[in-house]
Design a protein around this ligand. Structure first.
Ligand code: ATP
Ligand code: MG
Length: 427
């Protein structure tokens, strides 16, 4: 049996829980992601414990605990201010709607508890002594960099369709291959993905695209065609799927150069095959939060505006670029440039990028609040009733300043206002 020579600090802090349970005649072990990450030498996210003790026995042994999910056998035990999920060994009954077990039964065998877990790499346990328990070959799959279902892959995906997305997610997070039988089962049962809530789809996609190998994630998603089977359609995913089918493969390695998951979503959604409406509908279907939708759609909208206004005339290009920056903000513009640069020669604006970058950096101001006059000052000076004209005029002034055609001083701005005033009076 393999031994863990140095138990990570995050687990050592939870050892008193294991010791207490052991001391009262119960088995207790670390399980799941924390064991996998220990074997792989990765930082731990959360430390989960499994035990042969019933939830009632767990509650009776610890002064500070929260009965988080008693019917599922989970009690959160607080140790030195940190909460640890302690879950009774269990097996799952018939699954409802390819997602959740109808009921769970508490059992006394660790081996059977590990059997209900999704992947071999997630089905290992670690004892207080440092001994690993690995009945399904998780250790050797980690060594060979393989994602494999515990037991019969077809049955596992039929029980819980979320496991298909998890399989792709872990493969892409760790750059593991998916073994043939698991992959084949996924292709066979991919239409069951419609039983998975869209929120869960989003959570898994975030981890895939935000991980170290977003291009591999995209390859797994297009290769499996899985995203064509979500409960609500994801039009952008379908467009990318069609694009990759047409071109055999799309090269998305440049996604790794982009920092952050949202800019990577934006990079995918500004590919030529995806329309603005498809991008919007996809984020909506994924239940993306308002603020994230704002960030992503600013980049996507700016992109489409640039595509529509594309001009070989440098002055026109500059004007539409500056207008787009004012509309969607500097941050969106900078992200768009990042995406375009990472995309390289293939990008429609490749040749214009150095120029556009320079223009962005030369923009003295990019928002109304940076303008040297405000609405009240403008109305007082013009001696006109406040109204919609104010916002329009301020925007015009902002554009002239941003284009470098007017200095951002009250004097110069008001001089410009004088010129417009005259024009208005003449007409
Ligand atoms: P992460 O690093 O994302 O937290 P994790 O492996 O810890 O990865 P969790 O969702 O926290 O994932 O689940 C903890 C453990 O529970 C998993 O390691 C796995 O053993 C089991 N598990 C989670 N989801 C499923 C599922 N849908 N089917 C079977 N087992 C699952
Ligand atoms: Mg976890």
């Amino acid at each position: 049996m393999e031994r863990c020579t140095s138990i990570p600090q995050a687990m050592r802090e939870a050892l008193p829980i294991l010791a207490t349970l052991n001391g009262h005649g119960h088995e207790a072990v670390f399980v799941g992601g924390c064991v996998r990450d220990t074997v792989m030498g990765l930082a731990l996210k959360d430390v989960d414990i499994a035990t042969s003790a019933t939830p009632e026995q767990v509650v009776a042994l610890f002064a500070y605990c929260i009965p988080t999910g008693l019917q599922h056998g989970t009690v959160t035990v607080i140790q030195d201010g940190t909460g640890y999920e302690v879950t009774t060994y269990r097996k799952e009954s018939v699954y409802e709607k390819h997602r959740r077990p109808e009921s769970v039964a508490f059992i006394s065998e660790l081996k059977e508890d590990l059997l209900r877990r999704d992947l071999t790499i997630n089905a290992m346990a670690l004892h207080l002594s440092g001994d690993y328990y690995d009945p399904y070959g998780g250790m050797s799959d980690i060594q060979s960099k393989l994602v494999r279902c515990v037991g019969d892959a077809e049955a596992r995906f039929q029980e819980d369709a979320l496991r298909m997305l998890r399989a792709l997610r872990f493969a892409s997070q760790f750059s593991f291959r998916i073994v043939y039988r698991t992959w084949r089962a996924l292709l066979k049962h991919r239409e069951l993905l419609r039983y998975v809530a869209m929120e869960r789809v989003q959570a898994e996609l975030d981890k895939m695209l935000g991980g170290p190998a977003p291009h591999y994630a995209a390859g797994l998603l297009t290769g499996s065609g899985l995203l064509a089977y979500t409960l609500e359609p994801l039009p952008a995913a379908r467009a990318l799927l069609a694009e990759s089918a047409k071109k055999k493969r799309i090269k998305l390695d440049y996604l790794t150069e982009l920092d952050g998951v949202d800019i990577r979503y934006a990079a995918l959604m500004t590919r030529p095959s995806v329309t603005l409406q498809e991008a919007k509908a996809t984020l909506q279907a994924l239940r993306m939060s308002g603020s994230r939708t704002g960030v992503i759609m600013a980049i996507v909208s700016l992109h489409h505006e640039m595509v529509v206004n594309r001009s070989p005339n440098e002055e026109k290009l500059r004007t539409s670029w500056v207008e787009a920056i004012l509309r969607y903000g500097r941050a969106a513009a900078a992200s768009w440039l990042h995406i375009a640069e990472a995309n390289g020669r293939e990008h429609a604006f490749w040749a214009d990028l150095p120029q556009m970058k320079l223009w962005l950096s030369q923009m003295e101001i990019s928002s109304l609040k940076e303008l040297a006059i405000n609405g009240n000052q403008l109305a007082a000076y013009w001696e006109r009733k406040p109204g919609a004209w104010m916002g329009e005029t301020l925007k015009q002034l902002l554009l002239l300043v941003a284009l470098g055609e007017l200095a951002n001083s009250q004097e110069q701005l008001l001089k410009q206002v004088d010129r417009w005033k005259e024009e208005t009076n003449e007409s």
